[in-house]
Design a protein around this ligand. Sequence first.
Ligand code: S3P
Length: 180
Amino acid sequence: MNIFLIGFRGAGKSFIGKILAQRLNKKYIDADEYLEQKEGKTIKDIFTESGEETFREIESRVIAELCLQNNLIVATGGGVVLNVENVDRMKKCGVAILLEADADTLFERIKGDVGTKTKRPSLTQFDEYQEIKHLLEKRKPLYDKAADFVVNTAQISIDEAANEIMSFIENYVKDTKEAL
Ligand code: S3P
């Protein structure tokens, strides 16, 4: 079984993903880094040279490829839920855990990440804060629909978030008898 962490930029997918991988003894994969290695280009360059649509096609191929593997903890890109095929795939080969936080918290975290300027292309014409608000509102129904379990990371530590996910996974495995 794979565990896919979904949610907006800054929700904590990579931090929490690494902790979960350690605790569950699974392999951690950052889908964005995997994509960049595969293409030999940064996501920012793909956006600039070929546009978002091309990026989304590559992103879907990456999800399909990762679904051929097992025992992964995958931190997905924030827009992975935009394509329903990605969601179907993730749920066929694993579970999707949504990490949530309010726009103000996400804004502070994204602003505080030194890699933001080089790593994160703009996705709209809005300024950074308005972009988060706008996209969160637009994506919320997609995130909610995709999620097997939701953790709000705004007020808790990454360890606490990982604990909540561990409990969910333990119960999920008991209920479904799926191999962890
Ligand atoms: C995106 C989020 C990014 C990356 C790309 C698009 C999005 O991933 O996939 O820049 O549409 O929200 P992170 O959520 O890991 O920053």
